[in-house]
Design a protein around this ligand. Structure first.
Ligand code: AHR
Length: 499
């Protein structure tokens, strides 16, 4: 099979926002407790932060982390997580039917974020709480001092304001499962008023309103339009969430799910621009795809099955090579929408549907899906190029004709480096790729990396065999007369670095 693309330095989509390589730490299962935080672990620092997880987070290239939920935030009292640890209350977490010790809270998260070298993205509770508590949290976190809440932060050991810039106005407020779920009109008004008071405390913050929790919600489309009718002028971004899984062992269909993500983004862009048109506004709202991943949801019994444990093993999905290739297609899709998607968070970071797995008291390791994320975060830099792609297709319901090649390229004008990220969705045949490179200067291949099925797409990394699946170098790829020539192995994620 053969596929081609044509790239030109002048044909760009947008700049790669570094915040596209975000992740998510929720108080859920073992993401926080025994994930990023485990006092007494042999690799824990004096604050109880696991250094092994911090090292992997930095290696993965995560730039931003959303916290503290997720469904969890819709019942959360942020005050429970500040002050002397011995005074913090144990609480029922109604979202996940777990018990939250609150030993890890705002200060611990920001200490972790500093060490992980990531920007914090903070969510406020708009489920069971409202504008006052949200404004209080902004005052506590960002006001320099001289007021009750900012002085409390200082008394709790943080004299300097945290300066948290990016804030989510609640989480999945359209979902009937959400604590304090709302209609679009109720949420839109609440988001507008909450944004107003939070901005009165700190005018420099950026605000994300909740879009639909998935494209298949019955209210999708109407939800976005109605919410933005109320809060368009007050917010900067609108959220999208999407999780995908394989159905009925239909791997070809699973590999096509990024087409759903692609359509979802296009539809949300159309909807937010429709609201702009109605308002005669030139503002072009950005999108925050702040939960995305592969999640084998059918294997999850749901929160109803939980029994008020402290750190239950919740949705600790083990990912294989096929899932990693699928994750690669989501990264490609996000980058191809760099003109409108400026924030994205893979959900979640540790243990809970996560690229990093840990054992309590034991090791931490990279799941297969760690690798495409780390490659994209490290090598996709500068401008996203608008590729003209010609690829064979295959039929997969409900997607129609699915291109075998999925690809995106970036060009860093400062270094001249070009990175091509490419997936061969073909299950059995290699894909001969030819890429015409125009206006990009003389280029040579630096390296071709692949994560490939190599005959067994079900291979995984485990505690016993943490490096069973690793990216490998591919020989033979080259640039000849301004043309990239490479062979993409069957069912593979590829990074072609040119410089
Ligand atoms: O990431 C797991 C959960 O999925 C989050 O808590 C929620 O926002 C979404 O439904």
């Amino acid at each position: 099979m053969q596929a081609t693309f044509t790239a030109h330095a002048a044909f760009t989509i947008g700049t790669v926002d570094r915040r596209l390589f975000g992740s998510f730490v929720e108080h859920m299962g073992r993401c926080v407790h025994t994930g990023v935080f485990e006092p007494g672990h042999p690799r824990a620092d004096e604050a109880g932060l696991r250094e092994d997880v911090l090292e992997l987070t930095r290696e993965m290239g995560v730039t931003l982390v959303r916290y503290p939920g997720g469904n969890f935030v819709s019942g959360y009292r942020w005050e429970d997580g500040v002050g002397p640890v011995e005074d913090r209350p144990r609480r029922l977490d109604l979202a996940w039917r777990s018990v939250e010790s609150n030993a890890f809270g705002l200060h611990e998260f920001l200490g972790w974020a500093r060490k992980a070298q990531v920007e914090p993205m903070m969510a406020v509770n708009l489920g069971t709480r409202g504008p006052q508590e949200a404004a209080d949290l902004v005052e506590y976190a960002n006001h320099p001092g001289g007021t009750r809440l900012s002085d409390l932060r200082r008394a709790h050991g943080s004299p300097d304001p945290f300066g948290i810039r990016l804030w989510c106005l609640g989480n999945e407020m359209d979902g009937p499962w959400q604590l304090g779920a709302k209609t679009a009109d109720e949420y839109g008004r609440l988001a507008a008023e909450t944004a107003k008071v939070m901005r009165l405390v700190d005018p420099t913050i950026e605000l994300v309103a909740c879009g639909s929790s998935m494209r298949s919600m019955a209210t999708f489309g109407g939800w976005e339009a109605t919410v933005l009718d109320h809060c368009f002028d007050q917010v900067d971004l609108l959220s999208l969430h999407a999780y995908y899984e394989e159905h009925d062992e239909d791997l070809a269909g699973f590999l096509a799910t990024s087409l759903d993500m692609d359509a979802f983004i296009d539809e949300v862009v159309a909807t937010v621009d429709h609201v702009a048109a109605k308002k005669r506004s030139r503002k072009r709202l950005k999108l925050s795809f702040d939960e995305w991943n592969v999640w084998f949801q059918r294997a999850f019994a749901g929160p109803e099955a939980q029994t008020w444990e402290d750190e239950p093993r919740l949705i600790e999905d083990t990912y294989d090579v096929a899932a990693a290739v699928v994750v690669g297609t989501y990264l490609i899709t996000l980058l191809r929408h760099a003109d409108r998607v400026s924030v994205a968070c893979q959900a979640q970071l540790a243990n809970v549907i996560a690229p990093i797995r840990t054992e309590p008291g034991g090791s931490a390791w990279r799941q297969t899906i760690f690798h495409p994320f780390a490659h994209a975060a490290r090598f996709a830099r500068g401008e996203v190029l608008r590729l003209a792609v010609a690829s064979p297709t295959y039929a997969a319901e409900p997607y129609g004709d699915v291109p075998v090649l999925d690809a995106v390229a970036t060009h860093d004008p400062e270094t001249g480096d070009v990175t091509v990220l490419a997936v061969n969705r073909g299950l059995t045949e290699p894909l001969e790729l030819t890429g015409a490179l125009h206006g990009l200067g003389p280029l040579e291949l630096v390296e071709h990396l692949t994560l490939a099925a190599d005959g067994d797409p079900r291979r995984t990394n485990t505690e016993e065999h943490p490096e069973a699946v690793l990216p490998r170098r591919v020989d033979g790829s080259r640039v000849v007369d301004g043309e990239l020539r490479a062979t993409l192995p069957p069912l593979s994620w590829n990074v072609l670095r040119l410089g």
